[in-house]
Design a protein around this ligand. Structure first.
Ligand code: SF4
Length: 230
């Protein structure tokens, strides 16, 4: 018998002993600390379930003062196993009413921008730094961003995107940690944030207010497309 055959034979003997002991202890039920169900589930299902669990926590969140003013928590939407995440700053009026991210005119514009770089909303995951609407759409305050960030970071941890596009100055400053940088300083750069490559462009709502921002935004998203297609 070769040494390899000898090793395999020893291994099989060990396995037989192991299963005999297991049967004596637990009968015919296989005992394991692993979640055997998870073996048969796709990453999309596993991550989707983790996001559902997180949503249930965030739904009742009272960590900051915005909880008392919201109509709905706006958690996020899209493919739980997406390799691209888009992150804006906070829900607006329409999002607060519907409980969904990027609906209304800014949402439609975002959908069109994505289509121009061959992305469907179902392919990616979209969320905001804050999950509740600031009154009159004012800028999120520093303490609100810090208190809500645990939810966003958990979403990133579950989804594990390879690329992130930050929408607007607030999201760009928060995610890069460059709180004093303006949009010109944040755009046209690739940051590494939580294991993902991140770029910054204008928020679709800003484009609705100032159409001159459409061209630089188009240039930004083309660069982002090149980044994720490489
Ligand atoms: S904004 Fe975030 S931290 Fe504040 S109540 Fe809503 S979910 Fe909680």
């Amino acid at each position: 018998m070769s040494s390899l055959q000898h090793k395999i034979s020893e291994l099989l003997d060990d396995l037989e002993d192991y299963f005999r002991n297991q049967r004596e202890l637990y009968g015919n039920d296989l005992y394991t600390e692993k979640d055997l169900d998870a073996i048969w589930k796709s990453p999309q299902e596993i991550k989707g379930r983790a996001l559902d669990d997180l949503y249930r926590e965030v739904h009742d969140c009272q960590r900051c003062g915005l909880a008392s003013k919201r109509k709905n928590v706006v958690f996020g939407d899209g493919n739980p196993d997406a390799c691209i995440m888009l992150i804006g700053e906070a829900p607006g009026r329409e999002e607060d009413i519907q409980g969904k991210v990027f609906v209304g005119d800014a949402g439609k514009l975002l959908t069109n921008i994505l289509a121009a770089i061959q992305l469907e909303r179902e392919d990616i995951y979209i969320t905001n730094i804050l999950k509740c609407r600031p009154p009159q759409n004012r800028d999120p305050q520093q303490d609100e961003q810090s208190l809500c960030s645990c939810h966003l970071f958990r979403q990133i941890e579950i989804i594990r995107p390879r690329f992130i596009l930050a929408l607007g100055r607030i999201a760009g400053q928060f995610l890069t940690g460059e709180s004093d940088s303006n949009m010109n300083e944040l755009r046209n750069r690739v940051f590494t944030v939580r294991g993902a490559q991140l770029m910054v462009t204008y928020h679709p709502a800003a484009l609705l207010r100032n159409t001159e921002l459409k061209r630089p935004t188009w240039e930004d998203v083309q660069k982002f497309q090149k980044l994720y297609e490489q």
